[in-house]
Design a protein around this ligand. Structure first.
Ligand SMILES: NC(=O)c1ccc[n+]([C@@H]2O[C@H](COP(=O)([O-])OP(=O)(O)OC[C@H]3O[C@@H](n4cnc5c(N)ncnc54)[C@H](OP(=O)(O)O)[C@@H]3O)[C@@H](O)[C@H]2O)c1
Length: 328
């Protein structure tokens, strides 16, 4: 089989497309023929050696895929050959054949194409856990999504709307704002304004009758995070998802006290590994909302597997709006 391999951590351009032996499933494992693999920002961090978990070298990157079960190992009870599945793994998805434990696989709806399925795992699950588990979102609440033009951000905007909330799309590049509007955002909040510290709060207050946002889902860190803390409503909830803007922010505890604010962190992969049943419940709701036409991944490009470096470079250079999938 063909697989993308990193022999050292470094720029995506150093990846090699190599021929490897076809994998065999061990006990409790399945082998999946990859049809589409979702490319995500964390893949770039892994490849560059900047991710919190570093795989042993050499390794194949890629955290999610969709395809057909080719073979099952001893003790596999959930799947048979031919089943259409989505798979979430720590790494290894950017290959023609992928081995996964059966609990890392979920059956996908019959009508769902593989490229949609490969785009509806990581970013939608991250948005779902941020909203539902960490922020305890309730219908009618207002959610500021910082980084709304990214993969997680667009998924979060769609989910907020699908679940009955008001979505404020915080965008760092106003020229890309239309993508957030297309995803259903009620209002665009410009995070590129000169005086962001006061400017963000003024924009949020202008569209919430001076109340502020009930929740902020923050993919950015840095100045947008600091400013968003000031734009939260009383009893507001801030969810830390990522630091795409570069700086890891620090929080003054008196601020939490004065407005009864909660801050929580979200690590998607912990839910994947520790609570697969909760993950399955989350995905079932995501699939249901997809079936009802209320969620739809925005796939910007489909590239062949051996153009992985190009896909990751588009993410690195901030040229992506929505998702890129690799196909085999
Ligand atoms: N905690 C978790 O479990 C988890 C899961 C998934 C992702 N994440 C993290 O969440 C963040 C966003 O992921 P994503 O998949 O949505 O990424 P993405 O699709 O590449 O989008 C990145 C977003 O960040 C914005 N951004 C602002 N400043 C940026 C900068 N200096 N460099 C790059 N992007 C910048 C981009 O806006 P522009 O339009 O201005 O480029 C875009 O909206 C990343 O930090 C990622 O590691 C965390």
């Amino acid at each position: 089989m063909r697989a993308m391999v990193m022999r050292e951590f470094g720029p995506p351009e150093t990846a090699e497309s190599v021929e490897l032996p076809d994998p065999e499933p061990g006990p409790g494992e399945v082998v999946v023929r990859m049809r589409a693999a979702g490319v995500n920002y964390p893949d770039l961090l892994v490849v560059e050696g900047r991710y919190q978990h570093k795989p042993p070298l050499p390794f194949t990157p890629g955290k999610e895929l969709a395809g057909e079960v080719l073979a099952i190992g001893w003790e596999v009870t959930n799947f048979v050959a031919g089943d259409r599945v989505m798979v979430q793994v720590e790494h290894g998805a950017f290959a023609e054949r992928v081995v996964a434990r059966q609990e890392q696989c979920l059956e996908i709806p019959d009508e769902m194409p593989f490229d949609d399925a490969a785009s509806m795992g990581l970013v939608y699950q991250t948005a779902w856990f941020a909203l539902r588990e960490r922020a305890r979102f309730q219908p009618g609440e207002t959610v500021l999504v910082n980084g709304a033009t990214g993969g997680v951000g667009l998924a979060a905007v769609q989910l907020v709307k699908a679940l009955g909330g008001t979505a404020l799309a915080g965008v760092t590049t106003p020229a890309k704002a239309q993508a957030a509007v297309d995803a259903g955002a009620d209002h665009v909040i410009d995070l590129s304004v000169a005086d962001l510290r006061d400017g963000l709060r003024a924009q949020v207050h202008a569209v919430t009758e001076g109340k502020g946002a009930d929740i902020c889902i923050d993919m950015l860190g840095g100045d947008p995070f600091d400013a968003a803390m000031r734009a939260l409503a009383w009893c507001g909830r801030m969810v830390v998802v990522g630091f795409a803007a570069g700086r890891i922010p620090e929080i003054k505890a008196n601020y939490l006290l004065v407005k009864n604010i909660e801050v929580s962190g979200l690590q998607w992969s912990d839910y994947r590994d520790r609570t697969p049943a909760v993950m399955a419940k989350a995905q079932a709701e995501i699939f249901r909302l997809y079936g009802e036409g209320r969620l739809k991944p925005a796939i910007m490009a489909r590239l062949p597997l051996d153009r992985m470096a190009e896909a990751l470079a588009l993410i690195r250079d901030r040229k992506v709006i929505g998702k890129i999938v690799l196909e085999a």
